[in-house]
Design a protein around this ligand. Sequence first.
Ligand SMILES: [Zn+2]
Length: 206
Amino acid sequence: MSLPKAIRDVVAVFERLPGIGPKSATRLAFYLLNVPDIFCEEFSDAIGVLKKNIKICKKCFSVADTDLCKVCADKSRNEREICVVDKAIDMLAIERMGVFKGVYHVLGGVINPLEHVGPEDIKIFELLERVRNLETLDKIEVLIATSLTMEGEATALYIKNRIEKLDIEDDMVKITRIGSGLPVGADLEYADEATLSRAMNGRKNM
Ligand SMILES: [Zn+2]
């Protein structure tokens, strides 16, 4: 049976979301047909202004309401401990545990030659600038928390090499990598809290 166009349009939009197949998309569209109008309005309004109302933090490139995200704006966070993540949602996963007291740097991707993503396409240069601009009065730790995938590992290694080439005394910068709590190939975003906290606590020197 061919569906009315209005429904087909909504199904087509939902199908473009990750993890949503044709069946789920159709189910969602029919679900929306049966909810009060105000729900659909709120739903479309929230999505409509999402991109417009989101700012990118000037310091760490995470999502924010203003120029700085909540973490960067918090003076109690240790800015000499920088946790480098692939995506903002990974930062959220670590923040949820509530134990990390440093700051973050969101790369916005990992190096992936097959997808034509090179070091210049993600925020590596900005990370190097951040590290370089920190005064070397006290030790700096860069904890690289990209996923334990081939691309995540290659990105970690690249960052390590670049930081080592910075004109900073060797013993002032410690470069660490999240530990083996996470299964190889695992994505931070989907890790449960216990696993993630094992990975954070089990960090190793690179
Ligand atoms: Zn920030």
